[in-house]
Design a protein around this ligand. Structure first.
Ligand code: MF3
Ligand code: CO
Ligand code: CO
Length: 261
């Protein structure tokens, strides 16, 4: 069953997702060679609690941290650690969730650490474009397969591959609700999208092959060929003409602009 949110509920969800968006901007300020992913996690947890919210991932199915920080060939669900120190040329996907006023926010951004290779820059650009192309399909009357098809088409036509095992999802009073939102598929297939549904679209795109492996920590998902992977996620409410995007990268962009000037 796919829940339809009222206008009031969508406004609450906008607040949840804006808080996650602002948290990621706080994290962005810290991203530089030499910082540990544990430090990023502490900054995020403090910011979330200072704003009267609760980290959404902490304790979720036993997950131990506030953020997922996935470096280079790690696709998603990397666990922040004092032992993981970012280096020049790395790419790190930071995924964050919060719970406030009964609703979850869930958003992710892949950051460059210092100067990265041209191939990694392209991976980041294309993955972000995949997300936008997915969002363009997130309108009333379309189906989840239209989103997946748009994402897959853009990734593969640029020589990259789509991770299949993890998918986007409905978002609301639970972090993962129906429907599943795959990043691949056929047009006109899958559950129909209706105004008032809220979903997270989150392409996970590999530079090399699509296959993944699970690390022994029980969480970290890594590209099987150990090549870099990127991940961007936004929460959107389905609407008639175009999606109402509930989270935003604009706070992150503002921070990155100031850091590079
Ligand atoms: N935020 C992830 C997603 O985008 C899920 C993280 S699950 C956790 O769906 F357990 F790692 F928190
Ligand atoms: Co997420
Ligand atoms: Co998600």
């Amino acid at each position: 069953m796919i829940l339809i949110k009222t206008a009031d509920e969508i406004e609450l969800m906008r607040q949840s997702n804006l808080l996650v968006s602002k948290t990621l901007a706080e994290v962005a300020k810290q991203i530089t060679p030499g910082v540990s992913t544990e430090r990023l996690d502490q900054v995020a947890e403090t910011f979330i609690r200072d704003h009267g919210a609760v980290p959404g991932f902490l304790g979720y199915q036993g997950y131990p941290k506030t953020l997922c920080t996935s470096v280079n060939s790690e696709v998603v669900h990397g666990i922040p650690s004092e032992k993981v120190v970012l280096e020049e040329g790395d790419v790190v996907s930071v995924d964050c969730g919060v719970l406030i006023n009964g609703f979850y926010g869930d958003t992710a951004f892949s950051f460059k650490v210092g100067v990265v290779s041209e191939k990694v820059r392209k991976l980041l650009t294309i993955t972000r474009e995949c997300l936008i192309k997915g969002i363009e399909q997130a309108v009333d009357g379309r189906r989840t397969g239209d989103i997946g098809n748009a994402v897959q088409q853009h990734a593969e036509s640029n020589g990259f591959s789509v991770v299949r095992e993890m998918v986007g999802h409905g978002l609301g009073r639970n972090m993962h609700e129906a429907p599943e939102v795959p990043n691949y598929g056929k047009r006109g297939t899958g559950p129909k999208l209706k105004r008032g549904m809220v979903i997270c679209i989150e392409p996970m795109i590999n530079m090399g092959r699509q296959q993944i492996k699970q690390e022994p920590d029980g969480w970290t998902i890594r590209a099987a060929d150990n090549l870099p992977s990127a991940h961007f996620e936004l929460a959107v409410a389905i609407d008639k003409e175009k999606a109402d995007i509930l989270s935003t990268f604009s706070y992150i962009e503002e921070v990155l602009k100031n850091m590079n000037s």
